[in-house]
Design a binder for this molecule. Structure first.
Ligand SMILES: NC(=O)c1ccc[n+]([C@@H]2O[C@H](COP(=O)([O-])OP(=O)(O)OC[C@H]3O[C@@H](n4cnc5c(N)ncnc54)[C@H](O)[C@@H]3O)[C@@H](O)[C@H]2O)c1
Length: 447
């Protein structure tokens, strides 16, 4: 295997060229003396993970937290005390108390980690108050919400970053480097998805966050309290951005490229009902629930520059976790499953190679410089980088690397896939949320 980077490959096409010196320029997080005053809406499992990672940054103060669950508030204050920080001001007396919190004048940025249906009302209130919104995935549930995010950003000038942590996964960032350095040649096709057995996330016993029972909704806690209802009401890709975000960065969506249209198809749905019957018995009241969500939902997107993207949503059946990435160009391809790669003239003809050496050679400078700090942050370290980029944008008052147009376009795949399935898998146009600006916007993520 020859991993020498060909200089002509490296300087590919002008717009995407990343020189070694560009990769190694002084990082923005090195800027001194500035503070980021942070607040959090939703300090459940995910929100507290962001709090924990924020505590690693001395320049980030945590001034206020909002949650309707007093236990979540107490657990967060405990974390702050143990870290030697001041307790935060508390909000959460009602479901709309976040509106009071975001008006405080000692907040610069707000991390939002609440149930999906609350994301957009909370992000809009944050932006209207002139603060940076850091929004968990997916950003939206309905198509109109994507437009609401974009319109509010354009009206207020307040930024919204989608906190898509998978964009920062070490192998994914290395592959982004491979793409930018033209290892695979012109990109043709990408695959990705969310293939995660969530049955113990969608059901619990009301006492523990995962499993132990077959309750959801009012009798359950954590994600089963709110997430499972989406599987009752909706048939589509309910969670597209973990897969789509990383590959959208590889083909410069909203920055020289654009989603054009999609087609979706769903298999039948048996997994959730089967889980209830197997674990709660056929007479459990939830055995009567009709889940609309198909077990395997596939969505194919066509892009303006000719690439296709296949996204799979697969959360109701027993299976090992995989985001199922495949990044394929005219010279070769990488596959997440099996950690394998094939590059013409480097690999033995017609044979897969292990990707480990390539991962080392193309390791992204983010990881080369801060792997140690990222250790233990959650999800293999990528959670450290996503919150670091958000804090840096807040602190330096700069545009975030994953912005409101990305939040709008990536998340819109969810309602649009529902529409396609409802119409017999017909092709659905994907709106241009940049209103034409994609033609001139330049790639910024992790450059
Ligand atoms: N990026 C990732 O890897 C990742 C991982 C897990 C979850 N998430 C996302 O994070 C979000 C939260 O997920 P979670 O697992 O923490 O769920 P969770 O149910 O554990 O936490 C949600 C919290 O929001 C609070 N909340 C609900 N309505 C509220 C309101 N109106 N005002 C204030 N607080 C309110 C709840 O009391 C709860 O504490 C979801 O959008 C989920 O998709 C992302």
């Amino acid at each position: 295997m020859d991993l020498t980077i060909n200089r002509r490959d490296f300087i590919k096409n002008g717009t995407l060229a990343l020189t070694a010196s560009a990769l190694m320029t002084t990082p923005t997080w090195a800027s001194q003396g500035k503070k980021a005053r942070m607040a959090f809406i939703g300090v459940g499992l995910r929100g507290r993970n962001h709090v924990k990672n924020t505590l690693a940054f001395p320049e980030a103060e945590i001034t206020a937290i909002c949650d309707v669950d007093p236990k979540a508030i107490a657990a967060t204050q405990d974390m702050l005390r143990k870290a030697g920080r001041k307790e935060a001001a508390v909000y959460g007396k009602s479901e709309r108390d976040f509106e009071n919190m975001v008006k405080r004048d000692d907040i610069d940025g707000v991390v939002i980690a609440t149930p999906w249906e609350w994301h957009v009302p909370m992000a809009l209130a944050t932006m209207k108050a002139g603060k940076y919104a850091g929004l968990e995935v997916s950003a939206t549930v309905k198509l109109q919400e994507s437009w609401d995010l974009v319109d509010t950003y354009e009206k207020t000038g307040a930024h919204c970053m989608l906190l898509e942590n998978v964009c920062y996964r070490r192998d994914v960032m290395a592959v982004l480097n491979m793409v930018r350095q033209n290892l695979f040649g012109e990109i043709l096709h990408l695959q990705c998805g969310y293939q995660h057995d969530l049955r113990e996330v969608k059901f619990n016993n009301g006492q523990q966050a995962h499993g132990g029972g077959v309750e959801f909704g009012a009798k359950a806690i954590s994600e089963a309290h709110w997430r499972t209802q989406h599987s009752v009401d909706r048939n589509g890709d309910l969670y597209p951005t973990h897969g789509l975000g990383p590959v959208a960065e590889m083909v410069n969506i909203n920055r020289g490229n654009q989603f054009l249209h999609l087609t979706s198809m769903a298999s039948k749905g048996v997994g959730l009902h089967k889980y209830i019957v197997d674990n709660g018995g056929p007479n459990h009241p939830n055995a009567k629930v009709n889940f609309k969500l198909g077990d395997v939902v596939q969505t194919m997107i066509k892009c303006a520059n000719g690439e296709t993207i296949l996204i799979t949503h697969d959360t109701n059946s027993p299976r090992p976790y995989s985001l199922g990435f495949r990044v394929q160009g005219a010279n070769g391809l990488w596959m997440d499953d099996g950690d394998q790669i094939y590059v013409e003239k480097k690999s033995k003809p017609h044979e897969w190679e292990a990707d480990a050496e390539y991962m080392k050679t193309y390791d992204h400078p983010y990881w080369q410089q801060a792997a140690k700090e990222a250790e233990g942050a959650g999800h293999g370290g990528m959670d450290y980088f996503v919150i670091r980029d958000f804090i840096n944008s807040v602190k330096n008052k700069t545009a975030p690397p994953i912005d409101v147009y990305d939040a709008a376009a990536w998340s819109a795949i969810s309602p649009l896939s529902e529409e396609s399935i409802a119409k017999g898998s017909t092709a659905i146009q994907i709106p241009d949320f940049t209103r034409g600006k994609w033609k001139t916007r330049k790639p910024v993520f992790a450059i």
